[in-house]
Design a protein around this ligand. Structure first.
Ligand SMILES: Nc1ncnc2c1ncn2[C@@H]1O[C@H](COP(=O)(O)OP(=O)(O)O)[C@@H](O)[C@H]1O
Ligand SMILES: [Mg+2]
Length: 242
C-alpha cells in the first residue's frame, strides 16, 4: 500500500502514477444521542486510474459511508483523501459540487431520479449544470446507448425499475466522469434485469475507461471487478491489491 505525501494545496498532482483515489487513515465519525459512532476507522485505499474495484462486506460495515466520502457528499472526520487530484477534506460545499459535476458519476440502489422530470431531462441535468449547450443532444445519445430511445419523454413513474436504473446509468456517464461510484445498483432489480444493467455498466465503463468502485453483496458481481476489497466494521480487512 503506497502512502502518498499530502502537500497543503487543495489540488494535488494528477500525473501518471498518481492514484485516482488515495485515502490514508480515513475516518468518519458521527455524533448521535448514544454518543459518537465510529463508522470508518482508518481506511487506507489506493485506486489507480482505470481500475475496477468491487467493495463487499456485511450490512452496516461502512460501505455506503465510504462511497459518500469519495463522492464528496460527506466529509471525512480524520485521515487524508484525494480523488482525481482534489483534496476533498479541504474543499467547501461549492468546490465539492464542482468536483462531483466534473469527475464523478453515481448510481444508487434506489435510482434517485427526479420524479417530476422526464428521462431525457434527468440525464441532461448534469450537463446543463455544467453550462453545456448540447445538453439535450448528449442526453439523448446517452439514453440511446442504454437502449432507451423509445423512453425519452417518459417520467420515472412510467418506467420499470430496470429502465429507471438505465436512465440513472445514462445520467451517471453522460458527462464522461473519471470515477463511477455504484452502491448496490442491482439491489432493487430481479436477477435478469440486474444482469442486463450490469452488462451496460461494464460496457460503458470499458468504452470510457472509467474507474469503477462497485459496492455489492453479490460475490459474482464483485468478481466482475479485477480487484475486491472487503470492509468489516469500518475497516478494510482484505484487499486484492495487497
Ligand atoms: N448519519 C449517520 N448517523 C448515525 N449512524 C450512521 C449514519 N450513517 C451511517 N450510520 C451507521 O453507520 C454504519 C455503517 O453504515 P453504512 O455506511 O450505510 O453501511 P453499509 O453501506 O456497509 O451497509 C451503520 O451502522 C449505520 O447505521
Ligand atoms: Mg450501504
Amino acid at each position: 500500500m503506497d502512502t502518498l505525501p499530502h502537500p497543503a494545496p487543495t489540488t494535488l498532482g494528477t500525473g501518471a502514477g498518481t492514484p485516482l483515489i488515495a485515502a490514508t487513515g480515513l475516518a468518519f465519525q458521527v455524533r448521535s444521542q448514544a454518543g459518537e459512532i465510529n463508522i470508518l476507522r482508518g481506511v487506507d485505499l489506493s485506486v489507480a486510474s482505470g481500475e475496477a474495484v468491487g467493495i463487499v462486506g456485511p450490512s452496516g460495515s461502512g460501505k455506503t459511508s465510504l462511497l459518500m466520502l469519495l463522492a464528496g457528499l460527506d466529509r471525512p472526520t480524520g485521515g487524508t483523501l484525494s480523488v482525481a487530484g482534489h483534496n476533498l477534506a479541504r474543499m467547501d460545499e461549492d468546490a465539492l459540487a464542482r468536483f462531483r459535476r466534473d469527475h464523478v458519476g453515481i448510481v444508487f440502489q434506489a435510482f434517485h431520479l427526479v420524479p417530476t422530470m422526464t428521462a431525457i431531462e434527468n440525464v441532461a441535468v448534469p450537463l446543463e449544470f455544467a453550462g453545456r449547450a448540447d445538453a439535450f443532444e448528449k442526453a439523448e445519445e446517452a439514453l440511446v446507448s442504454v437502449g432507451l430511445s423509445h423512453r425519452l419523454t417518459h417520467y420515472p413513474g412510467q418506467l420499470s425499475g430496470g429502465e429507471q436504473q438505465r436512465v440513472a446509468l445514462a445520467r451517471a456517464f453522460v458527462a464522461g466522469p473519471r470515477l463511477l461510484l455504484a452502491d448496490e445498483p442491482t439491489g432493487n432489480l430481479d436477477r435478469t434485469t440486474g444482469q442486463h444493467v450490469m452488462d451496460l455498466l461494464f460496457g460503458l465503463r470499458e468504452r470510457f475507461g472509467t474507474t469503477l468502485l462497485l459496492i455489492t453483496h453479490d460475490p459474482l458481481l464483485a468478481e466482475r471487478c479485477e480487484r475486491q476489497v472487503r470492509i468489516e466494521d469500518g475497516r478494510i480487512v482484505s484487499d486484492g491489491a495487497r
